[in-house]
Ligand binder design. Sequence first.
Ligand SMILES: C[S@@+](CC[C@H](N)C(=O)[O-])C[C@H]1O[C@@H](n2cnc3c(N)ncnc32)[C@H](O)[C@@H]1O
Length: 367
Amino acid sequence: MSDSTLNAPDTATTDAETTDAAPALRGPLGFGDRVQLTGPKGRLNTITLVPSGEFHSHKGMIKHEEIVGLPDASVVVNNTGEEYLAMRPLLSDFVMSMPRGAAIVYPKDAAQILSLADIFPGARVVEAGVGSGALSLHLLRGIGATGRLFSFERREEFADVARANAAAFTGAAPENWTVTVGDLQETLPSSCEAGSIDRVVLDMLAPWECVDVAADALAPGGVLICYVATVTQLSRTAEEIRRSGLFTHPQSSETMVRGWHVEGLAVRPDHRMVAHTGFLITARRLAPDTKLPSLKRRASKSEFSDADMGTWLPDLAGDEAAAEHTWTPEAVGQWSKSDKILRKKAREATKLAEQRGALPSEPDAQA
Ligand SMILES: C[S@@+](CC[C@H](N)C(=O)[O-])C[C@H]1O[C@@H](n2cnc3c(N)ncnc32)[C@H](O)[C@@H]1O
């Protein structure tokens, strides 16, 4: 089997073997742990340590048992003398290399979401959609063992990828996490009592369709945060939050992180960066029957009508048919994977979780 890799990888191979050992977050490296090996050219290979496993590159081989027992961040040498740095991946490393069904929330945005939505230990959080589970893993970290994460995903295949990724990272299906398959608009009201949720986090094509159910679920003062890829989605979401009258004025932002090369006298920004991922829009739930005091500096309603907005946001102009064709994943530039590829990603994620003993092993199809 081959493990997930980042950058141009060497080949990492092991026997198709699993371990019952749960992954640890600290202490010496052991069977069941994910380990990131950084080779001589800075290439990363991520492997799961299993009893008879071997890591192969075109430069040689390392037995997994030689890594077991070493302190985290140790150097191991392969059978031809090449040195590799062996480290447990951080959560951010794991999400960037785990099997993906849908585009993930990058760590820089996940960090902002945890802060802007004020995710706290013990919080009751609703999340939709789950996609590959990258944001779910960050939210689970933020709420801790005493919090509850209620995630919703309309596609079963994505839910499968996310569940397996979470099991692979944490070593077991988290007990304080439920993944409900279905549209948030339809499934949230029957899953969570009205007013019982502290935070709602939306990462989906059309978050404006979920503003009302999010408002019903949220406790007064609770935070709604939406992550969207395009300014048209940002604008549509902001207008819906405003027109609902149920929230404070929405705040919008984007986060750009520029890496720096700092070496001797060569101190400068990196030549390349991830220039765009998405926008965040945040608002807080008002108490029932509360009318938001109007801000004097805001544009008055008469300055733009729904017809004016319709050239930009067609469903606001009352043209339902146009709206249906406008808000599609392709129209906002989202690539979508075929069902076949999604099933393959779910198998990859499940294999990873099985190797860590986080899910029971499937019997070999040919056995
Ligand atoms: C970009 S992905 C989410 C990625 C995820 N946040 C991550 O970090 O891995 C968007 C997901 O939302 C799901 N989705 C879209 N609209 C939905 C809705 N109304 N209810 C539930 N899921 C929805 C899609 O099926 C898709 O899997």
